[in-house]
Design a protein around this ligand. Structure first.
Ligand SMILES: *Cc1c(COP(=O)(O)O)cnc(C)c1O
Length: 446
């Protein structure tokens, strides 16, 4: 992905499609949510910070008070650690009891490659790289535990100077989502095996955690069940004589709508990006969140077509009257859902337009309105090539939101922003944007 830093008030002219990411909005959202939570918080920056750009978002969140960063994949975690090293963000203390700070944040990664103990112990294995990088790792199964124990034994054996420390793990329990996590049936044996490895000085069980499946349905009763299963899991690990100091359950929706689930740490994702976990429960505006991503592209062509003319592949839309059309250089190759065919909203020149015909790989066509009056006189085009089409951003009278797109595409705002492709350059604005390293390449665009 190409990225550019721009200082606010001096945005570069858009000569191609681009996503402008407002880091001040990210910082604002972080402050709002941290104040609601009232406990330490993790900035969830998986999937390239939900499509926004992992390094600038992570660093903005650390400056806003995050003491933890969270990603899903191990490769993302190692990439993030390298970016933080480059940016001068220190590694946390190896002491299992130490409390992380914004200067020395902890990184948690919750999806691991599936490795046998031999593979995990091999020099250069991904798990050994994870331990060498000081990552916190999630463990749901005995297979995962055995791999981490093997990798940690190998790391410890190779660092006789005690530079290596026990592997820090967070036991993940399934409290009702039936995704990752140990079931109540499997937890006692997993906890006992973890305790044995802890006594050997190989691992330290520092966290106990789970994830809520219906926190955006406050009346469902689901979250209360998750919480009581979590408390039962706490008793099981206590019986195994484990003492995980960091218990965490809530993502944005839990933080907002289920105060009991905030525990010792909240994992904040979607809210940082200024989007509501469920706009039907509360809109981003009602939550005082500001959408951070603004997706725009210059119109590359504006043309008149006669009534009855079909548009785009399959001719699924026909001009009801003579029309002005605009061509926008974004398509499903950029992550624009093809489900937005005949409906995706776009703002241009103070006008609300919509995609007509099918979304193509690289382009969409938008309807700019009638080209002829009902009496048959020609109308001037309402926009010209180079005028900026905004697909989503901070809502105003005409600007659509990621929520509007989610509705048109029968999906959720999370998917709309996260699927935005690597081909779309990210441009960062905000007070500190020029001082924040962009990733992975920094490029200046004319
Ligand atoms: C993605 C994710 C989060 C963040 O969720 P939001 O709803 O975006 O706040 C938290 N925890 C886990 C395990 C996740 O996968």
């Amino acid at each position: 992905m190409a990225t550019v830093n721009a200082s606010i008030g001096n945005p570069l002219p858009a000569t191609t499609s681009r996503a402008v990411v407002d880091l001040d909005a990210v910082a604002h959202n972080a402050h709002v949510l941290a104040a609601v939570g009232g406990v330490p918080w993790m900035a969830v920056v998986k999937a390239d910070a939900y499509g926004h750009g992992i390094a600038p978002v992570a660093i903005t969140c650390l400056r806003a008070g995050a003491t933890w960063l969270g990603v899903a994949q191990l490769a993302e975690a190692l990439h993030l650690r390298a970016l933080l090293d480059d940016a001068g963000v220190a590694r946390p203390s190896r002491n299992p009891d130490s409390v992380p700070t914004s200067e020395r944040p902890r990184l948690l990664c919750w999806l691991l490659p599936v490795l046998t103990p031999d593979q995990a112990a091999a020099p250069g294995s991904p798990l050994r790289a994870a331990l060498a990088a000081g990552l916190d790792l999630s463990v749901s199964t005995r297979t995962q535990l055995d791999a981490i124990v093997a990798a940690a034994r190998a790391e410890l054996a190779d660092s006789p100077d005690a530079a290596a420390a026990p592997a820090r793990i967070h036991l993940k329990v399934d409290t009702g989502m039936s995704r990752g996590g140990a079931t109540p049936a499997d937890l006692p044996a997993l906890a006992a095996a973890a305790k044995a490895a802890e006594q050997d000085g190989i691992i330290a069980v520092v966290g106990l955690w789970s994830h809520l499946s219906r926190a955006d349905e406050p009346a469902s009763g689901s979250t209360e069940k998750h919480l009581s299963r979590f408390l039962a899991a706490e008793r099981v690990v206590a019986e195994a004589e484990l003492n995980p100091r960091v218990r965490h359950l809530a993502a944005t929706a839990g933080l907002l709508w289920h105060p009991d689930t905030r525990l010792d740490l909240v994992r904040i994702g979607i809210g940082l990006y200024g989007l509501s976990p469920d706009p039907a429960v509360a809109t981003s505006a009602a939550l005082d969140l500001v959408p951070a991503m603004h997706l725009e592209a210059p119109l590359t062509q504006v043309k008149r077509i006669p009534a009855g003319q079909a548009v785009s592949y399959g001719g699924t839309w026909r001009a009801p009257t003579d029309r002005w059309l605009g061509l926008v250089p974004l398509g499903y190759g950029d992550g624009i859902p093809r489900a937005a065919s005949n409906g995706g909203p776009v703002a241009v020149n103070g006008l609300r337009a919509a995609i007509v015909g099918r979304v193509c790989m690289d382009q969409v066509v938008i309807d700019l309105g009638p080209a002829t009056t009902p009496e048959g006189s020609p109308l001037d085009p309402p926009a010209s090539p180079g005028d900026i089409a905004v697909l989503w951003g901070v809502p105003d009278a005409v600007t659509p939101t990621a929520d509007d797109w989610a509705q048109v595409c029968s999906t959720i705002n999370y998917e709309i922003v996260t699927r935005l492709g690597a081909r779309v350059p990210r441009v960062f604005t905000g007070r500190d944007a020029a001082r924040i390293p962009a990733s992975p390449v920094q490029e200046t665009r004319a």
